[in-house]
Structures are given as structure tokens and as C-alpha cells.
Design a protein around this ligand. Structure first.
Ligand code: AMP
Length: 117
């Protein structure tokens, strides 16, 4: 079996992290290297390596990640449309993935440029 990812260790409480949200499917905590005033990672408890490798049975988990994003955005005061937020999922090298455990980045608190870098 491959070694646990850093996110699995957070989920298993082997590494401390302040959880902003937890439900049956996922946890959310702040990114250690924030790219915006609000930068939260939403991570499924089930180890799905990356979004493009999810399978049909992951449908409920994938939906839960987006629902959790709304909950976290509300909790942090950025859900209203006059503020707002962006969700990002990086897949693979060109996508900028560095941790092989699916996670949704929630970025907010400043105006985010488009197209992204
Ligand atoms: P990605 O590049 O999409 O795979 O994103 C991985 C993210 O995990 C990066 O933004 C890192 O800053 C973040 N990260 C790595 N280790 C930790 C940690 N221990 N706690 C919180 N965030 C982390």
C-alpha cells in the first residue's frame, strides 16, 4: 500500500489542522500557502487520487464537495454575489497538481483574474 498523503493524515487526525467543515464525505481546512485572503481546501475522506480518475460510485462524494464549498463560503462570509469565490481542481502535471488526493481549492477575498495563470 502506498504511503498516506498529507491530506489523509489530516483526515486521520495524525497531523493537526483546524477543520472549518466536516461531514460524512469530506473535511475542509485552510491551505498552508494561501494564494488569496481566503484559501480553503475541501478534501474527500475517500481517497480519490484526482478528479479525472473518479468513478460513477464517487458521484455522491463529488457532489458533497461542491455542497461543502457553499457551506464554507457562507461560513467565511464570501458566498454573497457581491463578494464571491472561485473553486479550482488541479489534475496532473499541467493542471498544477502537487498532492495526489483530490481536493477542491476555494479561493476568495480578492478579485481573481481571468484567465487563470
Ligand atoms: P495542488 O497543487 O492542487 O495539488 O494543491 C495542493 C495544496 O495543498 C497546495 O496549495 C499546498 O499549499 C497545500 N498543502 C500542502 N500541505 C498542506 C498542509 N499540511 N496543510 C494545508 N495545506 C497544505
Amino acid at each position: 500500500m502506498s504511503e498516506k498523503t498529507i491530506f489523509q493524515k489530516i483526515i486521520d487526525r495524525e497531523i493537526p489542522a483546524e477543520l472549518l467543515h466536516e461531514d460524512a464525505f469530506c473535511v475542509a481546512f485552510r491551505d498552508i500557502q494561501p494564494q488569496a485572503p481566503v484559501h480553503v481546501l475541501i478534501v474527500p475522506k475517500k481517497l480519490i487520487r484526482r478528479v479525472g480518475e473518479a468513478v460513477a460510485e464517487d458521484r455522491e462524494t463529488l457532489g458533497a464537495l461542491l455542497l461543502a464549498a457553499g457551506v464554507v463560503a457562507e461560513k467565511l462570509g464570501v458566498r454573497s454575489t457581491d463578494k464571491g469565490f472561485r473553486l479550482v481542481i488541479n489534475h496532473g502535471r499541467d493542471g498544477g497538481e502537487s498532492v495526489p488526493h483530490l481536493h477542491v481549492h476555494l479561493l476568495a477575498g480578492r478579485e481573481l483574474g481571468w484567465p487563470p495563470g
